[in-house]
Every structure is written in structure tokens, then in C-alpha cells.
Ligand binder design. Structure first.
Ligand code: ZN
Length: 242
């Protein structure tokens, strides 16, 4: 079975369409969404509606819950907060209820999905340090876990000797008796210095994971952000990829 994994769409409909087309080209039996469909970009309702029609499992991100009052927005930076207030106002009643209903994590067979960390996902911590990786491996109920949230792809590996390493590779064989926490990057606002959209593909038969990067109509996404009156920085950062 082929699984496509996407995260951090952030209301970027142009990036989402490009990723959807790419998934269609590669072929996927299941599509999993790992949080943050809204926030930052100009098409929250359109992205939610497209996602709902194509996804098998969906979990909540911090922006999804903040947009519907389920997470405090005071800890967000001013640009993120402005975009969240705008998003809250834009969301249809149905989409507000839908975001409110999302779970914090999902499981399929022996694969775990969570936006932030396997431990206390509602704290919205980031797996950016070895300390966070150690804690995340300890609390992950399955050998393989997919996450988002930082918008930077990385693969944490815990080997048979319990040694943890961070790999920046875009493809990896998923070995038995080895544990993995894989950040799949962001569809709508990559921050690893590469502005191309990012998503993951995992084949449960060949046990191969691959990170895919996809170009999209960035100019249109940027123009929509400016036309909506959202912070200019949110348009500019798309070109920078951080
Ligand atoms: Zn995000």
C-alpha cells in the first residue's frame, strides 16, 4: 500500500493543487493529513474543502485549533496571529465545526501520525533537538511516526543500539527493529531554504520512504495574500522558503 503524507498546507491552495496533482502522478492508496490546513495563506475554506474530499486520516495542527478557539493565540508571533484572526473571521460555520472536531493524533496499522510531538501533542512542542527526539521516541506507540509542524523535513532514526541520529536524506529504507520519526515538511510554507512544496510517500510493501518536492504557482498565492490584506511578510517568505 502506498501512503501519501501531507502537512502544513496553511491555506495555500496553489501549493495544495500542485501536491494533489503530484500524488495523482505517483499514485497513492491512502492520503494522510498531519495538521495545519489553515493559517498564513488566503484560501482557508477552499483548502479545508479540498482536503476533506481526498483524505483518509486527518489530525489537528496548532493553527487549526487556534483558528477555532481551541488553542490560545497569544503565543503566536504577530504575523501568525494577524493571519489567525483573519482566518477565524473567514471560516464558514461548517468548516469551523470541522476543524474543532479534528483529533490530535491518528494511527493506521503500525504507523502513528501527530502534528507536533508524540508526547502531549497539545503543547505544540517541536522535535528540533535530540532531547525532544529522545522524549518523542519514548512516547511513540509505534516504530514509525510521521510529524509536521516545523516545516523542515528531517528523519530521526533510533537504531537497534538505541542510538538516535538526525538524517537529512530525502529517501530512506524503513528497517524492521529500527524506529523512525519522520518530518515530512510543509505543503504551503516550506522553511528549509527550499521554496518548493514538500510531502512524503511511504510504501508499506517495499518499506521505502521518499520526500517529494513540487513547484507550484507561487506568484498567485502571494498575490492573494496581499489582496486579502494579510501581512506582506507572509507573501515574501514563500519565495525565500523559510
Ligand atoms: Zn505549520
Amino acid at each position: 500500500m502506498k501512503i501519501a503524507l501531507l502537512s502544513d498546507i496553511h491555506s495555500n491552495l496553489e501549493a495544495f493543487h500542485a501536491v494533489k496533482n503530484s500524488i495523482g502522478t505517483h499514485g497513492a492508496d491512502k492520503i494522510i493529513f498531519i495538521g495545519d490546513v489553515v493559517g498564513y495563506g488566503a484560501n482557508p475554506n477552499e483548502c479545508i474543502e479540498l482536503l476533506r474530499g481526498m483524505t483518509d486520516i486527518m489530525v489537528a495542527g496548532n493553527h487549526d485549533f487556534a483558528a477555532v478557539g481551541k488553542t490560545d493565540i497569544s503565543y503566536f508571533n504577530p504575523n501568525a496571529r494577524d493571519a489567525l484572526l483573519w482566518t477565524t473571521h473567514e471560516l464558514t460555520r461548517e468548516n469551523t465545526l470541522f476543524l474543532s472536531s479534528l483529533p490530535l493524533h491518528g494511527v493506521m496499522d503500525d504507523i502513528f501520525f501527530v502534528h507536533s510531538t508524540p508526547y502531549h501533542p497539545e503543547l505544540w512542542d517541536y522535535v528540533l533537538s535530540m532531547a525532544a527526539a529522545v522524549r518523542s521516541f519514548a512516547d511513540c506507540p509505534t516504530p514509525l511516526c510521521f510529524i509536521g509542524h516545523s516545516h523542515s523535513p528531517v528523519i530521526f532514526v533510533k537504531d537497534r543500539a538505541n542510538k538516535i541520529s538526525a538524517e537529512m536524506t530525502s529517501t530512506i529504507p524503513v528497517k524492521k527493529d529500527v524506529r523512525y520519526i519522520i518530518n515530512i515538511g510543509s505543503v504551503g510554507q516550506p522553511r528549509d531554504g527550499n521554496p518548493l512544496s514538500s510531502y512524503g510517500l511511504y510504501d508499506t510493501e517495499t518499506r521505502k520512504y521518499t520526500l517529494i518536492r513540487v513547484p507550484y504557482d507561487m506568484q498567485t498565492a502571494q498575490q492573494k495574500i496581499l489582496a486579502a490584506g494579510l501581512p506582506r511578510f507572509l507573501a515574501e517568505r514563500l519565495s525565500l522558503g523559510h
